[in-house]
Design a protein around this ligand. Structure first.
Ligand code: ADP
Length: 493
């Protein structure tokens, strides 16, 4: 339903328009119709053509046969002077009658005026037969022709001794037996085709079932997923692979990913709530303890307000980091790529963070291996690298050292931050880029970290199409190396 809202006489009217859905045509029918068109129709056409050719062949053979019979008879009549010698006539007629009965056709003898003088059917004697075949034979062109009524006429001229045409032998024969034979073959052929059609339909129904059944099951599962049941999976039993199995596996993989996204979203929301709740609870406890006490000394006020202030600072730091992350997540906001002097950027970062290192008597060293110009979003990358250097200082005990290096090859810039700090346990290294993830949950309240710094760094580096490598050993130190391509092939990320 597609609601359309309009104003009628000042009243708001919502009209629900039925959305026209495209008609559903099952794949099964498409396959079946295709098979019938591609498989059966050409066979039918071929069978028809073959049957037609067979019929023509039979008819042609029959014509030749009859013509040769007519010629034999005509030859005999000529040699025994049928029209002149009456004594021979009876014997010749007897012979012709026997042939006609044996061969089951009718023989007529016509004189040169096309008058029937003898007919094995006895019906037409005395009649004049001005048939085209007779006329042609009288002109010495022997001919056999098929008639509309399903008979064949074969006419042969009787040439007398003086090479003049004495008459014509006309044989008339029915083609019923040819039609019967061809009809018989056609019947068998069509029966075969009908059987084939039934087999094709059965095979199609079975094979299309094989295709459409898993697809139907997949659609049901996907529809359930769309309703929010992300735990649904398509059961794949096949031991072999095909496109449908791959599709099902891809759907399951997509569902896994969706579930992960959903659970990390829930985790994120619960982390944010938890992170903000802790300073809020402290503020509540601090303020209540002042409110509930009478005659609170001024110094206590100042101290408690100082604590409240630092909790507010902490909340504000968390919210700022969250906002930065949200902005990085909105990929439609493009990075501000411009060619930057990375050495200049690094010097700025080191200058800002050295006082922090000094407080802990940490030696901060910066080495520039070469001048590096790279196309980056300098502001965002500065924040990302500052987080790394800041962490190196935070997680290195007093008296330690932090070494920062800038280097490049012809494709990438490399920024390496090495500290002699507490290190990260091996099993935790993969998780430090997760939002709010901290190795030591209690320590961070002292260090003031939000658990979001490395997430910001990671997102920024990814948007620059770079990568981060971590090498760390507990109680020895950590090395983080950022690789950033010098040029961005597609600037809008
Ligand atoms: P935080 O604000 O807590 O520093 P980060 O996202 O920057 O959050 O870092 C995540 C966690 O990774 C930190 O809590 C810390 O446990 C660990 N970590 C990061 N950098 C270092 C480092 N240089 N040495 C040791 N641990 C580190």
């Amino acid at each position: 339903m597609n609601p359309s809202i309009s104003l009628q006489n000042g009243e708001l009217v919502t009209i629900l328009i039925e959305k026209k859905e495209a008609p559903f045509i099952s794949l099964r029918w498409v396959l079946l119709i295709t098979y019938v068109i591609v498989g059966i129709i050409p066979l039918l056409l071929m069978a028809n053509t073959i049957l037609h050719s067979i019929e023509e062949y039979f008819i042609e053979e029959r014509k030749k046969e009859l013509l040769s019979e007519a010629n034999v008879i005509a030859g005999q009549l000529a040699s025994y002077d049928f029209f002149v010698n009456e004594t021979n006539q009876e014997a010749l007629q007897e012979m012709i009658l026997t042939t006609s009965q044996d061969e089951d056709f009718r023989v007529l003898i016509l004189d040169s005026a096309a008058r029937v003088v003898y007919d094995t059917g006895y019906e037409e004697v005395g009649k004049t037969y001005l048939l085209p075949e007779v006329l042609e034979a009288l002109e010495n062109k022997d001919i056999a022709k098929e008639q509309r009524d399903g008979t064949v006429y074969a006419a042969a001229s009787i040439v007398g001794s003086g090479s003049q045409h004495d008459g014509v032998v006309l044989i008339a024969d029915s083609l019923q037996d040819v039609s019967d034979t061809v009809g018989n073959i056609a019947g068998k052929a069509y029966f075969l085709l009908a059987t084939l059609l039934v087999i094709v339909i059965i095979v199609m129904i079975v094979t299309s079932q094989l295709f459409t059944e898993p697809l139907k099951r997949m659609i049901q599962v996907i529809q359930k997923m769309a309703e929010g049941h992300l735990e649904q999976r398509i059961v794949v039993k096949n031991r072999t692979h095909n496109e449908i199995v791959d599709l099902a596996l891809s759907c399951n993989h997509m569902a896994d990913q969706l579930e992960k996204v959903e659970s990390s979203r829930q985790q994120f929301v619960s982390n944010v709530s938890h992170e903000l709740k802790t300073p809020l609870s402290s503020i509540k406890v601090l303020s209540e303890s002042i409110l509930l006490q009478e005659d609170v000394p001024k110094e206590m006020y100042v101290e408690f307000l100082h604590d409240i202030n630092s909790e507010i600072d902490r909340m504000s730091a968390i919210i700022n980091d969250l906002l930065t992350l949200v902005k990085l997540d909105q990929k439609e906001i493009p990075l501000n790529f411009a060619e930057s002097d990375l050495n200049h950027m690094m010097e700025g970062i080191i200058k800002r963070l050295t006082p922090l290192a000094d407080v802990k008597q940490i030696q901060m060293h910066y080495t520039k291996e070469k001048d590096v110009l790279a196309v980056v979003d300098e502001m965002k990358l500065t924040l990302a690298i500052s987080n790394l250097v800041d962490n190196a200082v935070k997680y290195t005990p007093e008296g330690g050292s932090v070494q920062v290096t800038l280097d490049a090859d012809h494709q990438n810039a490399f920024i390496t931050v090495t500290d002699t700090g507490i290190g990260i346990p091996e099993e935790e290294v993969n998780r430090i880029f997760e939002r709010f993830y901290r190795v030591d949950k209690t320590r961070d309240r002292e260090t003031g970290g939000t658990g979001l710094g490395l997430s910001i760094t990671y997102a920024t580096v990814m948007m620059h199409n770079g990568s981060i490598k971590v090498n760390s050993k507990e109680n020895e130190g950590t090395t983080m190396q950022v690789r950033i391509p010098l040029r961005q092939t597609h600037t809008a990320v």
